[in-house]
Structures are given as structure tokens and as C-alpha cells.
Ligand binder design. Structure first.
Ligand code: UD1
Length: 367
């Protein structure tokens, strides 16, 4: 029986951990899973809604670290996670993604000699100004088993000197959650609530510090947004960081005055899935949404200069457009004028069975 601590911290972690915990619970003779929530994200709509939508069991331990500077937040997770590991003495700790909770918990385990698996390993934007890139590089160096979503990630790890024996190409865990909730999402009433009709609106999400913490960048995006909204309705679920910054840079009023643009609070997993799956186009600076739109064949404009998920560009759904209004708009017009195609291309192993492969690998490695 393997005792595994599954760490969640921030919103993009929940949909990665849910299918893994579900699979471990299904194999109850082999696994005793625990869920530890660091509390990096703590608002009801950034956290609780996801536990509900993804049927993730209540955390066994809640560390309650909350917000802070990167150093303060990372240190707080480490300080509070260490006694949990010492008390529980797990066989494995699984961390996912690239948030501060990921590196903090991996580092605690590396120092205690507890085995760590990193899910979504090997992604690289090659942009070290991005906090997540630092978290990815460091977590991959110290984790024992690296679960990668696509072959480019394997290559990145090999290039950094990580031996092949530590790498397992298992596919994209986000897609497990997506496939499992797709039918359920059809029952969501989000379209009616927002008054939008299938295939006829855009969705925007924004939270990267490089976009929202820079007044010029944020103002440029708002300018592009006004023009996009003059062509089709736009729904913009606003991340708390972004809401704060719009206010701080005195852009809130300007945004609220844009016709045809709806600002809403962050949505839960199921409502958001239903929302983007019906969109004509998605504009985002998120990592996960680049992948989710690829899985469903929805055109995506990524408001960044680089991506750690180049496979989404290779598949033809995603393109990088930066944050300058002219570039965003040129790409927007080109994308919406293009007739939508039915030939969905999916990367290998984005098949909804990644959790099974991860869990089986843990068992094999431990034999
Ligand atoms: C974090 C992750 C990022 C991920 C994003 C998804 C890191 C380095 N960044 O960024 O990779 O894509 O989550 O959302 O880990 N806040 C609230 N309520 C919450 C959470 C945050 O109000 O529940 C506010 C706080 O004021 C906080 C700010 O949002 O200071 C930013 O939160 P933080 O966790 O520091 O980073 P994110 O920008 O959310």
C-alpha cells in the first residue's frame, strides 16, 4: 500500500489532482491518498468551487498560507508543509504544475528524503522572468519521477541533464478532467445567465504579472478588447489579481464602459468549460487554457510572447500574439474570418487516461 500526499495550492492545480486522487481511490488496495491544500488560493470562487465541480475530496490538511510576496508565500508553504510530511511519513508526494506551492512542497521533500513525483514536468517557456519558469526548472531538478504531457517536455528534461529513467511520458492530465466533465458541463446554464449564444462570442482571461502588473501592457489589452467587443460579445471572468490592477491603474471605469463586454467573477470549472467550449475564440494568457482549447479545437490567441506549451501551436489552434493591440486585433480578424474546421488534431496521449498511467508508474517505480 502506497501512502501518497497529493498537493494542491492554486486554481490550476485542482483539475490536475482530481483525476489522480480519483484513480488512487479506485485502487484502494494499492493506494492511500491524502490531499493537502496549501491555501495559496483561498477565495470561494478560486478554490471551493473547484473542489465541488471536480468532486475532489475535502483536503485532509489545509495549510492556509494565503497571499504574500513570492518569498513569503513559498517560505510559508515550506514551513507548514514540513511537519505534515514528518507526521504522515508518505511513500510519495505528488506535486503538479508550476505554482509556488509546487516548488515549495517539492523542496521540503527533497530535503527530507521523501520521494516526489512532478506531474506536468518538462514544460519550458525559456523566459526566466516568469515566476512559473523558475518553479518548473527547479522542481524538475529535484523530483524523483517526472510525468510529462508531451514529447517536447521529455526533450527539455534530457537537455537539462535529467536521466531518461526519471522521465515518464504519460500525456496531459488536464484532459482527463476535461473529458470527464464535458457531458456534465452541457447542463450548465451559463450561456443563458450571460445571454450569449453558442459559437458567437469571445472569452477573455488575464492574470499574468507580465500583462496585468504593467500599466502600459494592461492598457493595450483593454484597447484591443474594446474593438473585439465591437465585433462580438465578450465574456471576461476577472481574476482577483487583475481586478485589483485594473483598479490601481484607473482602468476599471474604462473597461466597465465597453459595450458588449461582460465582466464576471471567476467561474467554476464546469461553467467555464461550458463557456469556452461554445466560444468562437478565446483570448488568454493562461497556460492551461491553451491546452484545453487545443483539446476541443477552439481557436486561441495567447497574449504572451512565449509559451511552455508549443504543442498547442503545432496542433494549429493556438497562436502567440503578445499584448500590443495591433497584433492582437490582426490575429483576431484573421482567426474569426477563417472558416472553422472539423479536423481536430490531438497530441498523443491526450486521451483522458493519464491518471491511470501516473498511478501505475508510481507502483512500478516503488516495486
Ligand atoms: C498563481 C500562479 C500562476 C497561476 C495562477 C492561476 C504562482 C507563482 N503563480 O498566480 O502560475 O497561473 O495562480 O490563478 O504560483 N488572490 C485573491 N484570492 C485568491 C488568490 C489570490 O484575492 O484566492 C489575489 C491576492 O491578492 C494575491 C493575488 O491574487 O496577491 C495573486 O495571487 P497569487 O497566488 O500570488 O498568484 P496568481 O497571480 O494567482
Amino acid at each position: 500500500m502506497l501512502k501518497v500526499i497529493n498537493v494542491v495550492g492554486a486554481r490550476p492545480n485542482f483539475m490536475k489532482v482530481a483525476p489522480i486522487v480519483e484513480e488512487m481511490k479506485r485502487r484502494e488496495r494499492e493506494f492511500a491518498p491524502l490531499v493537502v491544500h496549501t491555501g495559496q488560493h483561498y477565495d470561494a470562487d478560486m478554490s471551493d468551487a473547484f473542489f465541488r465541480d471536480l468532486e475532489l475530496p475535502e483536503p485532509d490538511v489545509y495549510l492556509g498560507v494565503g497571499s504574500g510576496s513570492h518569498a513569503a508565500q513559498t517560505a510559508a508553504v515550506m514551513e507548514r508543509f514540513e511537519p505534515v510530511v514528518l507526521q504522515e511519513r508518505p511513500d510519495w508526494v505528488l506535486v503538479v504544475g508550476d505554482v509556488n506551492s509546487t516548488i515549495a512542497c517539492a523542496l521540503v521533500c527533497a530535503k527530507l528524503g521523501v520521494k516526489v513525483g512532478h506531474v506536468e514536468a518538462g514544460l519550458r517557456s525559456r523566459d526566466r522572468t516568469m515566476p512559473e519558469e523558475i518553479n518548473r526548472v527547479l522542481t524538475d531538478q529535484i523530483a524523483d519521477l517526472l510525468f510529462t504531457p508531451s514529447a517536447d517536455a521529455d526533450q527539455n528534461l534530457l537537455n537539462e541533464g535529467i536521466p531518461q529513467e526519471r522521465i515518464r511520458l504519460v500525456g496531459n492530465i488536464m484532459i482527463d478532467s476535461l473529458y470527464r466533465r464535458l457531458n456534465h458541463a452541457k447542463q450548465s446554464t451559463i450561456h443563458q445567465k450571460l445571454g450569449v449564444s453558442d459559437g458567437d462570442y469571445a472569452v477573455l482571461t488575464l492574470h499574468r504579472p507580465s500583462n496585468v502588473d504593467e500599466p502600459d501592457h494592461l492598457a493595450g489589452i483593454v484597447k484591443a478588447l474594446a474593438e473585439v467587443a465591437s465585433k462580438m460579445p465578450v465574456v471576461f471572468p476577472v481574476h482577483p489579481r487583475t481586478r485589483k490592477k485594473l483598479h490601481e491603474f484607473e482602468l476599471s471605469e474604462r473597461v466597465e464602459r465597453i459595450d458588449n463586454l461582460q465582466l464576471v467573477d471567476p467561474l467554476g470549472y464546469v461553467d467555464f468549460l461550458q463557456l469556452y467550449s461554445g466560444a468562437r475564440i478565446v483570448l488568454t494568457d493562461s497556460g492551461g487554457i491553451q491546452e484545453e482549447t487545443t483539446a476541443l479545437g477552439i481557436p486561441c490567441l495567447t497574449l504572451r510572447e512565449n509559451t511552455e506549451r508549443p504543442i498547442t501551436i503545432e496542433m494549429g489552434t493556438n497562436q502567440l500574439v503578445g499584448c500590443e493591440p495591433e497584433r492582437i486585433l490582426a490575429a483576431f480578424y484573421a482567426a474569426v474570418e477563417k472558416p472553422s474546421s472539423n479536423d481536430l488534431r490531438l497530441p498523443p496521449l491526450w486521451d483522458g487516461h493519464t491518471a491511470e498511467r501516473i498511478v501505475s508508474s508510481l507502483l512500478e517505480y516503488s516495486r
